[in-house]
Structure formats: C-alpha cells, structure tokens
Design a protein around this ligand. Structure first.
Ligand code: AMP
Length: 392
C-alpha cells in the first residue's frame, strides 16, 4: 500500500502537491474548472493541517516559445483563489531566485502555484523526460511530496517521479479515489462483473481485453471496435471501422472465451458519419453500410446483463455519439447503470466526455479524470507516478 497525505504530519512542512490543472482554456479563460474543483479536497486538507502548500501542474504542451502564452497557469491561480476563498500566490517562474525567495518566506497555510511545469520542456524536455536535476531542484523546495495528478500518473516526469525520488511522498485524495474505483475494483470485484468496451479501434484495447477477459464475467463489445470481431466471424460489415491487423486476435479471443465476449446482434447503419441511422440485423448489412451504433436487440441484450451486474466498468462509447443520430445505444447503457446494485465506473477520455455530454454523470459511482492513466490501469499496468510513492 502506498502512503497517503493522511500518513504525514503536515504542520509547518513545505508540502509540494502535483495537481492536474490541465484545464480547457479559450483566450486565457477557463472553460471548464472540473479539474480544479477535483483537486480542492487535497489542497484544503493541507491548509487545514497548517502546511505551506506549493502547487505544481502542467497545462497543455510547450513545444515552442509561442505556446507559453496560451498555456500560462495564472488564470488557474485566480480561479483557485476564488474556490478556496483564500489568496493563491502565482509565481511566474518554474525555478530561480524569485521562486526560492517566495518559498523561503512562506508561512503556514500559505498557498503558492508555480508556473506550468512544461515551460521546462522548451529546453530539452526537462519536465517530460524527467531530467534528474529538475526533479532534484523541485524536491529541494519541499519536505513532503503528494501526487494528486492522476491524469499524468502513467507518465514518468520530473514533477512526479523526479521529485518523489528525493523526499518522502504520498498520494492525494483524488488519486486515492481513482485507485479505489479502478485498480481495487478490478482486483476484487463484486460479481457478476461486466466490462463494456467500445470506441474506435481494437488495437488500442488489446491489452485491456487480455487483462480483463480473465477477471470479468462478461465483456460487452460495442462501438467501432465490434466490427473487427464481427468480421473475424465472417459477417458482412460494409464500410464499418475495421482494424485489419487485429482480426486474428479477435478470432483467438472469441474461440477461447465464446460465452464471455458478447457482440452486437444488430445495429444502426448509414452511408456516412453525418447521416441518420437505419436499424438492421447483422444479416441485412450491405457492403455500403457503415455501422455507427448498436441496435435495439443489442441494447436489450447489453442492458439485461448490465442490470444484473454488481460491478460495471466502461471504456469506450458504443456508438458515434458526436452525431445525435447515433447516441441511442450509449444513452441506453447510461440509463441501465441506474439499476446496477454496485459500482459503476467510467474510464476517462472519450467515454467520460460522452457521459457528461449526454447528461448522465450523476448515475455513475466514479468517472475517471484520466484517459491514458485509467486505460493503463485497465491493462493491469502499474503507473510510474504511483509506483514512485513511498510505501506504508
Ligand atoms: P476511443 O477513444 O477508442 O474510446 O474511441 C472513441 C471514439 O469512437 C468516439 O469518437 C466515437 O465516436 C467513436 N465510435 C464509437 N462507435 C463508433 C462506430 N460504430 N464507428 C465509428 N466510430 C465510433
């Protein structure tokens, strides 16, 4: 077990908290503060326990000098001040005399936010390539390091792995909640345990299938990725998404786990992604059809299994939800979640956006804040940003 922020006496300590403030911005204005709100619990805990709170985060990507202006973290400090109802001092640098002086003068319960850690990427990708001197420098500013940035925990950066290799460390409340709801749920699910996989490509999710097929009771396969499975069973899939190089993998999985992998039996098809859908059985599919959502019989089949489950994990929308004509399947699965007596978990990225866009976020036990990081947990991988944290 990893140490958490609760395992430390924070009184008077300089506590470095790596947050995920990678918020969407338009013209310097934050358009969605969900990630800032999600980090409040850990920051407030550190303030309440009389720490000197030093916050770090990345924002966007910094490849050239001109990327700096649009990825300046200052608006985050202002929004954070409003939410915490307390001054958050923004330090415009990622290192140097001014930052050192500000930190040396901090009093208990003060909060500062350091400039975007990826400003350091301009000079040899020091943050993203975990330059040892950068991690050591940031570590020198603190006594304790807390990782609360789940969304970057699958990366080995100076602001997580780099710092943690120098000072005592723990995870924050947000990371703890992600691990409890994904890693620990997979390790010890209440059964029946159903996994829903959708989205575009099989090849992106091969490792997820390999890991979860041995643990889940059912894997429901929808979305674009279902068509490579259907093709491997010789169905006509028309112009639907096909992942040629994964056909053999699909064949192998279906022969090893014929009762566990559940495929669509019908679908809504169109001749283009901008079109409207026509309901067809698999047998009726023509070579001009593009399958863009699961059909009504499939909805019935899938929702039946979901409603009987005591644990559901979902990664990948089951239709092209960006077009309202192909949202029916994804919406129906969201509705079925309300009837689950147990945990319902959504992986980050596109599935989280789909669920929020369709207005169903309230029905889930947990919606992950990290796309890549949650996918790696589903693959059964250990995340470097968590591995580096001190053990209990
Ligand atoms: P992923 O990032 O792999 O989870 O893929 C998400 C994307 O898959 C979304 O943009 C969906 O619109 C898309 N998607 C879901 N179902 C289909 C489908 N049947 N055909 C094409 N794209 C799909």
């Amino acid at each position: 077990m990893k140490k958490t922020i609760r395992d430390y006496d924070l009184n008077g300590k300089r506590v470095l908290i790596r947050c995920d403030f990678n918020v969407p911005m338009k013209d310097g204005v934050i358009t969605d503060d969900y990630r800032i709100v999600s980090s409040l619990k850990t920051i407030q805990y550190a303030i309440d326990h009389h720490a000197k709170v030093i916050l770090l985060s990345h924002l966007g990507r910094i490849k050239e000098e001109s990327d700096k202006v649009k990825n300046d973290l200052e608006p985050v400090a202002l929004r954070l001040s409003e939410l915490l109802k307390k001054n958050v001092l923004f330090v415009k640098e990622t290192r140097g005399e001014i930052l050192n002086t500000v930190v040396s003068k901090m009093k208990n319960e003060d909060v500062i936010l350091i400039q975007n850690t990826r400003y350091e990427d301009l000079d040899g990708k020091k943050e993203s390539k975990n330059d040892p001197s950068l991690g050591a420098y940031w570590a020198s500013l603190g006594d304790i390091y807390i990782n609360d940035a789940f969304g970057t925990s699958h990366r080995e950066h100076a602001s997580n792995v780099g710092i943690a290799s120098h000072i005592p460390s723990g995870i924050g409340f947000l990371v703890e909640k992600e691990l409890e709801n994904i890693e620990q749920v997979i390790a010890n699910p209440e059964r029946p345990f159903t996994v829903i996989l959708g989205g575009a490509k099989v090849s992106d999710k091969i490792k997820v299938i390999e890991n979860l097929v041995t643990k889940a009771d059912y894997i429901l396969i929808g979305g674009g990725m279902a068509y490579t499975f259907l093709k491997s069973k010789n169905y006509e899939i028309g112009k639907s998404l096909l992942d040629e190089e994964s056909i053999e993998f699909c064949k192998k999985m279906l022969s090893q786990y014929p009762d566990k992998l559940i495929l669509p039996v019908d679908h809504y098809v169109s001749d283009s992604i901008e079109g409207t859908g026509t309901l067809k059985s698999l047998e009726e599919t023509s070579n001009n059809d593009m399958g863009l959502d699961i059909g009504d019989k499939t909805i019935h089949l899938f929702t039946d299994l979901i409603e009987k489950s005591h644990t559901v994990i979902w990664n990948g929308p089951v239709g092209l939800f960006e077009n309202p004509s192909f949202q029916k399947g994804t919406k129906a699965l969201c509705k079925a979640m309300k009837k689950v007596d147990g945990k319902t978990v959504v992986g980050g990225g596109d599935t989280a956006s789909a669920v929020k866009k369709l207005g169903y976020q309230e029905v889930f036990t947990h919606i992950s804040t990290g796309g890549g990081a949650s996918l790696e947990l589903l693959e059964g991988k250990q995340l470097p940003g968590i591995n580096c944290i001190s053990d209990k």
